[in-house]
Design a protein around this ligand. Structure first.
Ligand code: GLU
Length: 435
């Protein structure tokens, strides 16, 4: 089992290290700016926007863990519940030293929009523990996870809040969480978390789903702008579950992947990389550069003259500092929050098409929804069915976003937010404010 340990905000397990964090804005700041920007285009009740600026609750817990040497170390964990107007809270748990309350709130807001843009019956949440998982043994990670599950026991549940993997956590982490929760409840409750191994109620295709949705959306964007995939070059930052799966699918579908990277740097080959022959982070951690003839830095990868850039590792990698140097025509966000709001404006002025995270990497939570349905119905789906239904859901979300993009002449990010916000606002207005 491998554990990624990196700052920032990836759509799933990430493989990158931080670059310059001093200029970055917090996930919460970015999420709030994006909310206001999109709300300007919509005739929604300002009171609803005001409510959506804030989380419903943020649970902060203390997680004492016995280290292998017998000493006890105390960690802080969070679970931010943002909004549940459309259904139970949903979102990942990350293990990372820089996890904070505000980061969880910002990332939880993105989950609310992501579930709404995909029209899933879920709200948004995010949580995590401020810990470096690489510094723990597997046994310590298990004890941490079981104790964290116990601390969150009253606030999670299959109809209440359903966690999933995120940076630094993986299917095994979810299996421990499910087991700890089930043992305390006295019955096996697989639907309390998603992203589990299939043998304990996980879904086929869940691990590769965020990367698959990035590839599907990249294919749709290329088609929309009349660019055959066979003539498209792609650079992918991050070779974890999002980046590697996206790169391999795009390679299979005829695209030319010229650069891939991990924490140590990027492999570059203008002729095209055989992505299947380079192990992903899960297969062999941080090994990309050892397979490369030409190594460039992660910063250089971001500014390569390619058609499509897929930042699939960290948050805040496209900033005011490098937005002018981005040479790609299309940016498809595999990570959560890879573009700061200042950078977003620069890219928009430069007519660079940015497809936002809340649709591009939404395959993860969409297959999480399929997993939850399978758990509740006690009936597993085939991989083929998962692929077919994911394709259908991605197409439907893409059509909805494309309609707003064309109708309102806004950016793709604003179009996706408009779809999400309209659905959330309508639900809030229909339910009303209690009491
Ligand atoms: N952590 C993933 C995300 O950011 C998946 C969340 C989920 O499946 O609930 O979208």
């Amino acid at each position: 089992m491998t554990m990624a340990s990196t700052p920032g905000s990836a759509g799933e397990e990430s493989t990158e290290s931080a670059t310059d964090r001093t200029t970055s804005e917090s996930a919460l700041e970015t999420a709030r700016r994006q909310l206001h920007h999109a709300a300007e285009h919509l005739d929604i009740d300002p009171n609803v926007v005001e409510r959506l600026r804030h989380p419903k609750t943020v649970h902060e817990v203390t997680v004492p863990v016995e280290r292998d040497d017998g000493t006890v170390e105390v960690f802080t964990g969070y679970r931010a519940h943002h909004d549940s107007v459309r259904g139970p809270y949903k979102g990942g748990l990350r293990y990372h030293p820089e996890v904070t309350r505000d980061e969880c709130v910002g990332l939880g807001m993105w989950m609310t929009w992501k579930c709404a843009v995909m029209d899933l019956p879920f709200g948004g949440a995010k949580g995590g523990v401020a810990v470096d998982p690489k510094a723990l043994s597997a046994e310590e990670r298990e004890r941490l996870t079981r104790r964290f599950a116990q601390e969150l026991r009253d606030v999670i549940g299959p109809n209440r809040d359903i966690p999933a993997p995120d940076m630094g956590t993986d299917p095994q982490t979810m299996a421990w969480l499910m087991d700890a929760y089930s043992m305390q409840e006295g019955e096996t409750i697989p639907g309390v978390v998603t992203g589990k191994p299939p043998v304990v109620g996980g879904s086929e295709g869940r691990e590769e789903a965020p990367g698959r949705s990035v590839a599907i959306i990249t294919r749709e964007v290329c088609e929309y702008y009349d660019r055959p995939l066979e003539e498209t070059t792609v650079a992918v930052q991050g070779y974890g579950s999002v980046g590697a799966n996206a790169a391999r699918l795009l390679d299979d579908w005829g695209g030319t992947v010229v650069a891939i990277s991990d924490v140590n740097g990027a492999m570059y080959d203008p002729e095209g990389i055989d992505t299947a022959s380079v192990p992903s982070h899960d297969e062999e951690p941080e090994a990309v550069t050892t397979y490369a003839d030409t190594v460039i830095s992660n910063d250089e990868l971001l500014t390569l003259d390619v058609d499509v850039l897929v930042p699939a590792a960290l948050g805040n990698v496209i900033t005011e500092q490098n937005a002018d140097a981005i040479a790609a025509e299309f940016v498809v966000e595999g990570a959560n929050g890879p573009t700061t709001s200042a950078a977003d404006s620069i890219l928009a002025e430069r007519d660079i098409v940015v497809i936002p995270d809340i649709i591009a990497n939404a395959g993860g939570v969409t297959v999480s929804y399929f997993e939850w349905l399978q758990d509740i119905n006690r009936r597993a789906w085939s991989l083929e069915r998962v692929h077919d239904e994911l394709e259908t859901e991605m197409q439907a979300a893409w059509r909805a976003v494309r309609t707003e993009f064309e109708r309102r002449d806004v950016t793709w990010r604003d179009a996706a937010y408009i779809v999400a916000l309209s659905r959330i606002a309508e639900a809030h207005e229909t339910r009303g404010l209690w009491p």
